[in-house]
Design a protein around this ligand. Structure first.
Ligand code: ZN
Ligand code: FE
Length: 255
């Protein structure tokens, strides 16, 4: 299986998995770059996986379904381009014969889902939409800090080798904030240098891994004293985990 980020708009990635003949894509906000990739690779699109209702993730779904006949999967709880198979927490699907488990991860939107996939002989993959970004997380448009913290905690519990396929190239901006939170984190400093070198060559910083994110992503590290203490510089009353997470998210929003 080949895993490819197809760039779309300014900073979106439409993730594609294919075996040289059959393909699936995740969150196709735009049909055109997907159709170009299918044609270039001589691939048949069999499945479209959607994580949440935002237009930059759903805009190409109707065109792709009509032109390829692909099966569309999406969240049970959100407004979606019909028809599709609606999925809730714990559901399992087998696009391209691959096992994907659905996790309900509210926070960015109220019914956001993620897809945790198993690839025979390869490291697992996670398609997490706008929930987890490398060194960051999605904005809380519809959910509460408690919901997002619980969602990210579930994702952090996946195997460390899991390849994290986020829907946006936000890594350098997220890293600038992460360095402000944890200036003494050596892994974070090293990752920032690697990410800068990749972006200087116009290469994606993604996929990341769960193991890397646990080492560098402040939103997965709010339980650590260094992160809590940094947050308390801006929000002295933030003591419990949810308050620390909420204050960290607010700090990032204003950064
Ligand atoms: Zn979104
Ligand atoms: Fe998005």
């Amino acid at each position: 299986m080949k895993l490819i980020p197809i760039p779309a708009f300014d900073d979106n990635y439409i993730w594609m998995l294919h075996d040289g003949r059959r393909a699936l894509v995740v969150d196709p906000g735009d049909a055109d770059p997907v159709l170009a990739a299918l044609q270039q690779g001589g691939l048949a699109l069999e499945a479209i996986l959607v994580t949440h209702h935002h237009g930059d993730h759903t805009g190409g779904v109707d065109t792709l379904r009509r032109s390829t006949g692909a099966q569309v999967y999406g969240p049970a709880l959100e407004r979606m381009p019909e028809p599709l198979q609606r999925l809730g927490d714990g559901d399992v699907i087998w696009p391209l014969g691959l096992r994907f488990e659905v996790l309900l991860v509210p926070g960015h939107t109220a019914g956001h889902i993620a897809y945790a996939g198993q690839l025979p002989g390869q490291d697992p993959v996670l398609f997490c939409g706008d929930t987890l970004f490398s060194a960051g997380c999605g904005r809380l448009f519809e959910g509460t800090p408690a919901q997002m913290l619980a969602s990210l905690t579930r994702l952090a519990a996946l195997p460390e080798a899991t390849r994290v396929c986020c829907a946006h190239e936000y890594t350098l901006g997220s890293l600038r904030f992460a360095r402000a939170v944890e200036p003494d984190n050596a892994e974070l400093r090293a990752y920032q240098a690697r990410a800068k070198a990749l972006r200087d060559q116009h290469l994606p910083t993604l996929p990341s891994t769960i193991g890397l994110e646990k080492a560098v992503n402040p939103f997965l590290r709010t339980h650590l004293p260094a992160v809590a203490l940094a947050v308390q510089q801006t929000a002295p009353d933030a003591r419990d985990p949810v308050s620390v997470f909420a204050a960290l998210r607010t700090w990032k929003d204003q950064f």
